[in-house]
Design a binder for this molecule. Sequence first.
Ligand SMILES: NC(=O)c1ccc[n+]([C@@H]2O[C@H](COP(=O)([O-])OP(=O)(O)OC[C@H]3O[C@@H](n4cnc5c(N)ncnc54)[C@H](O)[C@@H]3O)[C@@H](O)[C@H]2O)c1
Length: 353
Amino acid sequence: MARLLRLDAGNADPKNSISMTIQRAVPKTVRSSGKNQAPVEQRVGIVGLGLMGQGIAACLLANGHDVMGFDSDPSKHAATVRHAATALAELKRQKLIDVESYKGWRPRLHAASSLADLAGCSLVIECVREDLELKRSIFAELDALVPRRTIIASNTSSLPISLLQEGRVAPGRYIGMHWGEPAQIMRYLEIIPGKQTSKATLRACLRFGISCGKEPAVLKQDIRGFLSNRLMYAMLREACHLVESGIADVETVDQSFRNDIGWWALLAGPFRWMDLTGIPAYAAVMEGLLPELSTGTDVPAMMQRMVKRKALGVANQKGFYPYTKASAAQWEKDWVQFTYDMRKLAERYTPKS
Ligand SMILES: NC(=O)c1ccc[n+]([C@@H]2O[C@H](COP(=O)([O-])OP(=O)(O)OC[C@H]3O[C@@H](n4cnc5c(N)ncnc54)[C@H](O)[C@@H]3O)[C@@H](O)[C@H]2O)c1
């Protein structure tokens, strides 16, 4: 029988806000088997059914939740149904969900005709594009439409949660939940408390993330870009710097990255990697190398040129590499299959609690 998970902001009083000490109450990272956990039944609202909203919807449906999806573009509802059908069929084929979850998903996906339809949700996940004013206007509407106990999470990739919760009704129920794509497959989830986020909100989101098969990483403090994006953008800046300086071309930089960092990064993070390979050597290299790494603050020229060319990558077959329609589709297909393979490897090698 399904276990019912209490998921609400509880005491959303900012006096009960997150501080550094929250880490004593909540583990830094919580590991899970990644397979369907004990099912939980929650009605979760998703605002914005684009790339991320559709993936998150599929993940929630696969884990027994009800989804109430809203998008200002009504055609996105049909796209979400199509995406969920494909994603859940593949999860079943990969034996990551049971037959019961698969058969029962369609009646649990609802189309909201306005934000007011989200009033019965215990959690709302905002997934509109990365635009501070747009996100703030949606939160202002939600403040007036959903009960104070409803948790409101933003999937922002970079905006500080403390900024998003400024001026909100019951700011303690606002939090960052940063999902990865494909959301229904990856174990990645970052949970980011803003300055005013309540402990009850944080705990509820942590439990919810685990119930969705994630291994949530909980930040101690709000910071722009959170953890994974700060690490990734430091790497992207250096990658552009190496190409722009004529040290190597795009393909060679990719090749080196795949065969070194890409080789170990699923098994070990940077610190485990230094433990495995000997710490003093890294300190010695840092001394000479750090002063030479890029510290540029402008968007690299090669990125600006790509944006000017309207290069979206495989999505419109214009990227750093040449694509045909068929090769772009093959890369997208390979990416999904690779993600399943990686998940199986991660479950085999990453210790579980
Ligand atoms: N793309 C990624 O890999 C990724 C990863 C993690 C987080 N994010 C973050 O997730 C968020 C969404 O990104 P995405 O890539 O899914 O964007 P997207 O452009 O694919 O989707 C955004 C959706 O929001 C809808 N929308 C716009 N205005 C709306 C409104 N007022 N009300 C309801 N819906 C509205 C659009 O119609 C669109 O369907 C962003 O904040 C992004 O930074 C993206």
